[in-house]
Design a binder for this molecule. Structure first.
Ligand code: TRP
Length: 338
């Protein structure tokens, strides 16, 4: 891959949970520590506003919480540029130019936008800002000339649309300033960790998630309440491993694969109680989360330093984006004065 550029981000709409951790954060930290690529990670607050226009304070609070989550898992501002989208006005300017290259019909066909419009029941009342967010996302990606964009599978249409915009721009203005990105997707089991209740989605409103900011007692309580096999009533009964959240989580988080295989065999045969497996899962999770929790608390006690880190990251990101915008305007002939 050479010294390629990797860019990724999250909409800040609440604290991050262990699903985010295995689905993306863990990966980002290993890419950062491999040291082979330039890594940009950002908080997409502008994008979050496209469907939370009336709750700016929620976005504002989430910025700090998610930044704490980032630092807690080991993202390091000395190695990666961590920044806030709204602090880079060049991104909006780029998006304005890209809008001329994308049709309404093409946006309507974007499967992710389509699904979201249906889910949110927007219909014809969809906010324009929301409708065009794939174009803004193309600006985020291209401003940094990202070669790789690690995202969830639901974001594949955004990457595809970005690639189209890049080709269209470079072709229209006979230039090669913009770079076509490639998506990097997580493996299927980690991509969407189900909630502790077995629901396919972990979410705040369903209160079925384990958060990176949860203390040890809270994590333990949540583990002990996890959905297992509703028909496994007595220890000696055979139990179902499939669809059993405790075993799903063990597959994702457990390192001792042989022990897990043995537990599954014993559980299926009968003679292994839920409480025992849950205690084991609790040990596994606590071991993984303890250092994260500790680091999060340290940073939470020094919020000023966290904000300064975000400011420095945003300053650096802004310089990079401004250089690209300059090239883009040159390519379009929008340079009038010396
Ligand atoms: N759409 C992404 C999400 O909802 C967030 C995002 C915005 C993003 N701009 C991006 C991700 C650019 C990667 C690259 O998770």
């Amino acid at each position: 891959m050479g010294q390629s550029i990797i860019l990724t981000g999250d909409r800040p709409t609440g604290k991050l949970h262990i699903g985010h951790y295995v689905g993306s954060l863990k990966n980002r930290v290993s890419m950062q520590n491999a040291g082979e690529h330039q890594l940009f990670v950002f908080l997409a607050d502008q994008q979050a506003l496209t469907d939370h226009a009336k709750e700016p304070e929620k976005i504002r609070e989430s910025i700090t919480e998610v930044a704490l989550d980032y630092l807690a898992v080991g993202l390091d501002p000395k190695k990666a540029t961590i920044f806030i989208q709204s602090q880079i006005p060049e991104l909006s300017e780029l998006a304005m130019y890209y809008m001329n290259l994308v049709s309404v019909a093409r946006l309507k066909r974007n499967p992710t936008v389509k699904t979201e419009i249906a889910q949110k029941d927007f219909g014809e009342s969809v906010p324009v800002g929301f409708f065009v967010y794939p174009i803004a996302q193309a600006a985020d990606i291209t401003a940094f000339k990202a070669n790789y964009v690690p995202v969830g599978a639901d974001q594949a249409p955004m990457i595809e649309q970005t690639r189209e915009i890049v080709r269209s721009f470079n072709h229209t203005y006979q230039t090669d300033v913009l770079v076509e990105p490639e998506g990097i997707y997580p493996d299927e089991m980690s991509a969407r960790l189900p909630g502790i209740d077995g629901n396919a989605k972990m979410s705040k409103s369903m209160n079925n998630g384990i958060y990176l900011s949860d203390d040890a007692d809270t994590v333990q309580k949540k583990v002990m309440s996890m959905y297992t096999d509703p028909n496994h009533l007595r220890v000696e009964d055979p139990g179902q491993v499939e669809g059993n959240m405790v075993f799903y989580y063990l597959d994702v988080f457990g390192k001792d694969k042989q022990k897990i295989a043995e537990l599954k065999a014993q559980y299926s045969k009968g003679g292994l109680g839920d409480v025992k497996v849950k205690r084991y899962l609790n040990d596994v999770l606590q071991a993984e989360l303890e250092p994260i929790r500790k680091r999060r608390l340290e940073y939470a006690n020094n919020i000023d330093a966290v904000h300064q880190m975000l400011q420095e990251g945003s300053n650096h990101a802004r310089e990079v984006a401004a250089a690209t915008l300059d090239q883009v305007k040159q390519a379009m002939g929008l340079h009038y004065f010396n």
